[in-house]
Structures are given as structure tokens and as C-alpha cells.
Ligand binder design. Structure first.
Ligand code: ZN
Length: 144
């Protein structure tokens, strides 16, 4: 395989090819000093084509993982330490998202006061603002 083994870090896998650069931007990969591998259009047995990002020395916080889940549900995260896979999981949208998403309602209190947003997951495609009750589709979501 063209991608060398990672000593320590994270691999995000099963990224839809059209989301790869959105995710690279979200993670601010241009600021990383360590090795970053971004690969697109790899053959996959699950999807016809997929993207992958490998980041040496990077371990994601839960908040970062939740951001990824909003932009791109169903990606897979693998955490590697000393060449060993220590964690492998499907990233899924959590029941509650705190301060990840911006409310689309301009008169919502979260857009007018310095406060954290809270959204509840209604289904796999819909979030609902805790404060104004506005439901928002995942595809239209703006990150905070
Ligand atoms: Zn709201």
C-alpha cells in the first residue's frame, strides 16, 4: 500500500470523496507540523471510492470527533500507538451536541448572547436546537 505505517496518530477512513477536503479544512491540517497523508479515490470494498486522512501524532478530542460526525457521519476512526491499533470505531452522531453547531434561527438566543449552543439529535439527518426548537437538517448545518 502507498501509505506507510503510522507509529502513532489517527486515521480517518471511509470518507466520501466529496467530503475529503471539507474535513481537511475542518481539522486545519495545513497547520500540522507532523506528517499528514491525504489520499482520495482509493478503492474500497464498502464504498465505490473513498478518502482517507492519516495524521501522525494527532489524537482527537471528543469535540473534534463530534464535529467530524456532523460533517460526515459514518466515517471510521482508528487510533494508533506504537504501531498498534488501540481504538477503532465508527464515528456516529451523538445524542447531544454542545457548542459544535450554529443555530440557523437568527433570533435564537444562542445567536444573540455569548453562550454555548446545544442541539439534540432527532434522527440521523436532523438536529433540534435546545433553545428555540428549530429543527435543522444535517446537510444545511453550519459549524460554530
Ligand atoms: Zn436556536
Amino acid at each position: 500500500m502507498m501509505v506507510a505505517a503510522l507509529e502513532s496518530g489517527s486515521v480517518i477512513d471511509h470518507i466520501p470523496t466529496d467530503k475529503l477536503f471539507t474535513i481537511a479544512q475542518l481539522l486545519e491540517l495545513e497547520n500540522f507540523k507532523e506528517e499528514v497523508v491525504i489520499a482520495n479515490n482509493l478503492d474500497s470494498q464498502i464504498m465505490t471510492r473513498k478518502g482517507l486522512i492519516k495524521i501522525a501524532g494527532k489524537f482527537f478530542s471528543e469535540a473534534e470527533i463530534n464535529k467530524l460526525a456532523v460533517v460526515c457521519p459514518n466515517i471510521r476512526l482508528t487510533v494508533i500507538k506504537d504501531y498498534q491499533v488501540v481504538e477503532k470505531r465508527q464515528v456516529t452522531l451523538p445524542d447531544t451536541l454542545t457548542n459544535i453547531v450554529k443555530c440557523a434561527n437568527p433570533v435564537c438566543i444562542t445567536n444573540n448572547e455569548p453562550m454555548k449552543t446545544v442541539f439534540y439529535r432527532m434522527d440521523t439527518q436532523t438536529l433540534k436546537c435546545r433553545y428555540c426548537g428549530k429543527e435543522q437538517k444535517l446537510k444545511d448545518i453550519k459549524l460554530k
